[in-house]
Design a protein around this ligand. Structure first.
Ligand SMILES: NC(=O)c1ccc[n+]([C@@H]2O[C@H](COP(=O)([O-])OP(=O)(O)OC[C@H]3O[C@@H](n4cnc5c(N)ncnc54)[C@H](OP(=O)(O)O)[C@@H]3O)[C@@H](O)[C@H]2O)c1
Length: 264
């Protein structure tokens, strides 16, 4: 069984933005046309995201809101409690998607059972996971009554996790990429610069379009209005199939965040 409504292919990640900055970024993003907001208990800005959602005139039903279970809140009862706290901070009756943030060894199974319970209550329209590479996905399959709707992983041309992409496609799990533009760290790759020249697009736009062409939902973070617009406009063109294929060969195992294998 699967849960949830359709997920936008491009949204706003709100890691590392706080107070007014977070509120304003969400309002600016919504005004530009973003309809997916990705936060987490760990980001300590659920209150500000909630404030922005209270202020916007865009109907709640048009916005796809994700939050995540913190690493310190694993276990059945703790996860149920943590979800209630997130909803309260977000000032919401429901979220569109609730994710396990990291596959913490102690408690991830019990936490998934709690997420299934939360889904049944209707207060999360969909449930899913983050940082679940193949061993974690296969383990989850062995005890889950519900399959995850989405798996959010670090996924870029320089960390092209083809086996996770294939597994998710085969099992009808939406893949979503985090740190999609490598926080700018690969913008000087000459192969990327050549594509920027060919399409007259920015490095961020080329990388984000690569995600979209692969059917991978992506959540770049920016708190700057011009960059929010730039990133959103990545949806307005199409890379040729051969250039998508070319970018698939950039893989070099480059990571921004921890390798989830530390939790095996
Ligand atoms: N599940 C997980 O474990 C996990 C882990 C990491 C991230 N995430 C999620 O993924 C989201 C995105 O990942 P991320 O924040 O790590 O990295 P990212 O989106 O790859 O990069 C964000 C950084 O790039 C800058 N930036 C944004 N647009 C730009 C552009 N067009 N040109 C140049 N620089 C630009 C931003 O600065 P400014 O804000 O100053 O523009 C920020 O410093 C997070 O916000 C979070 O929601 C999830």
């Amino acid at each position: 069984m699967k849960s949830g409504n359709s997920i936008p292919l491009l949204g706003l990640g709100v890691y590392d933005m706080y107070h007014q900055e977070a509120e304003l970024a969400v309002l600016n993003a919504l005004a530009i046309g973003y309809r997916l907001i990705d936060t987490a208990s760990m980001y300590e800005n659920e209150v500000q995201i909630g404030n922005a959602l209270q202020q916007t005139t865009i109907p709640r039903s048009e916005i796809y809101l994700t939050t995540k279970l913190n690493n310190t809140d694993h276990g059945y009862d703790q996860a149920l409690r943590a979800f209630d706290e997130s909803l309260e901070k977000l000032q919401q009756d429901y979220v569109d998607l609730y994710l396990i943030h990291w596959p913490i060894k102690e408690g991830r199974k019990e936490s998934w059972k709690a997420l299934e319970k939360i889904y049944e209550s209707g207060r999360a329209k969909a449930i899913g996971v983050a940082n679940y590479t193949l061993p974690f996905l296969k383990e989850l399959e062995s005890y889950a009554n519900m399959a995850p709707t989405l798996n959010q992983i670090e996924f870029t041309p320089w960390l092209f996790q083809k086996e996770v992409l294939n597994y998710c496609q085969q099992n009808n799990i939406q893949l979503q990429s985090y740190s999609p533009i490598t926080r700018g760290q690969k913008f000087n790759d000459p192969r990327l610069i050549a594509l920027c020249e060919k399409y007259q697009k920015t490095p961020a736009q080329i990388i984000l379009n690569w995600n979209i062409q692969l059917g991978v939902s992506t959540i770049p973070k920016s708190s700057k209005k011009e960059r929010l617009q730039e990133n959103f406009d990545a949806q307005n063109f199409s890379l040729d199939a051969q250039d998508v294929e070319l970018m698939n060969t950039f893989n070099e195992g480059f990571r921004i965040c921890d390798d989830p294998a530390i939790f095996l």
